[in-house]
Design a protein around this ligand. Structure first.
Ligand code: ZN
Length: 317
């Protein structure tokens, strides 16, 4: 294995953006595997789900929203706390930034460290990083479930279980049967599991499947436009999460060290998942968290810019 550039430093190519209508009220802003943004247009207001990484980048989302509606953007929902999804929030000037209690707690505990870590991991995804005014603070914090009526449109904001993080939040439109999953579901993109609860993640995917969405906007990758595509997204995410965690647990049971387990897991997963975007970026973080969860860390440890680089050197150096 030749030495790889840190995280996403080899990823310099701009992606093509797609803004598509999924139902009477739902739109998806996607970019070939870069972080997605969801849009809900209600009777009297617009909701944005995940913001893009910077306010300057969010301006492109706003421009596209203004091509389909002039209703005010009143709500931003954070699917979870990761910087690359939440630090563009200021651009929308929303009345409320909505997050789960667990996401709020993570921002308090590790938001600052995560911001520095992610900015160094993804140089291309923090365009105009100087436009970020600081951390994005929720103004409306819920536990388990919050129902918002956008006029006659019912919006369910729900925590269905832990997976990608402990605070994972999905947005569900029961009338349109459209779900915005955040990074709980990816499509043709590698799940990042550095802050995950791997043992819990499959049950949370079951809870999403139980809603029987007709359409689903994943955290990364194309919008899933029918039940067969939704199933493919759920199945692919489950297959990766399960295979990765099983490989790491087998290595731990055999008494192998983390570097050896990483190499074995990389070799085992590469043929099946290596074509998904950010595979080489994610896998060192993913295996490190899986090793922690399989050994002595029930909760994910905080990633700092320094810990990121030390881990990379240990596994890839
Ligand atoms: Zn994330």
């Amino acid at each position: 294995m030749s030495q790889k550039k840190f995280a996403s430093h080899a990823d310099v190519e701009e992606k093509r953006i797609t803004f598509e209508k999924l139902s009477d009220h739902a739109y998806a802003y996607t970019a070939e595997g870069d972080p997605n943004t969801g849009i809900v247009v209600g009777d009297d207001a617009v909701m944005v789900i995940d913001t893009q990484a910077t306010p300057v980048m969010a301006q492109d989302v706003i421009r596209r929203i203004r091509e389909v509606t002039d209703k005010p953007i009143r709500y931003v929902v954070l699917s979870h706390y990761h910087a690359v999804r939440v630090l563009g929030a200021a651009a929308y000037r929303p009345d409320h930034v909505i997050a789960s209690r667990d996401t709020y707690d993570l921002i308090v505990e590790r938001g600052e460290a995560d911001m520095k870590s992610e900015i160094e991991r993804f140089p291309r995804l923090f365009r105009a990083v100087e436009s970020i005014p600081g951390l994005t603070w929720p103004t409306l914090v819920f536990e388990r479930r919050l129902t918002l009526m956008l006029g006659r449109l019912e919006v369910e904001i729900m925590q269905l279980g832990r997976g990608h993080t402990k605070g994972d939040t999905v947005v569900w439109l029961p009338q349109d049967k459209v779900l915005f999953s955040g990074d709980l579901v990816e499509f043709d993109a590698t799940p990042y599991t550095g802050d995950a609860y791997l043992a819990d993640w499959p049950a949370t995917l079951d809870a999403i499947a139980a809603l029987a969405p007709d359409k689903l906007v994943p955290g990364r990758g194309a919008a899933l436009r029918d039940p067969a595509q939704v199933k493919a997204g759920l199945d692919g995410t489950r297959a990766f999460v399960t295979a990765m965690f099983e490989s790491v647990k087998a290595g731990v049971a055999a008494g192998r060290d983390l570097r050896t387990i990483y190499r074995d897991t990389y070799a085992a997963l590469k043929p099946r998942f290596g074509h998904w975007v950010i595979f080489d970026h994610c896998l060192p973080f993913d295996v490190t968290r899986a090793y922690d969860e399989a050994t002595k860390h029930r909760d994910p440890r905080i990633w700092t810019a320094q810990r990121d680089k030390e881990m990379w050197e240990t596994l890839e150096g």
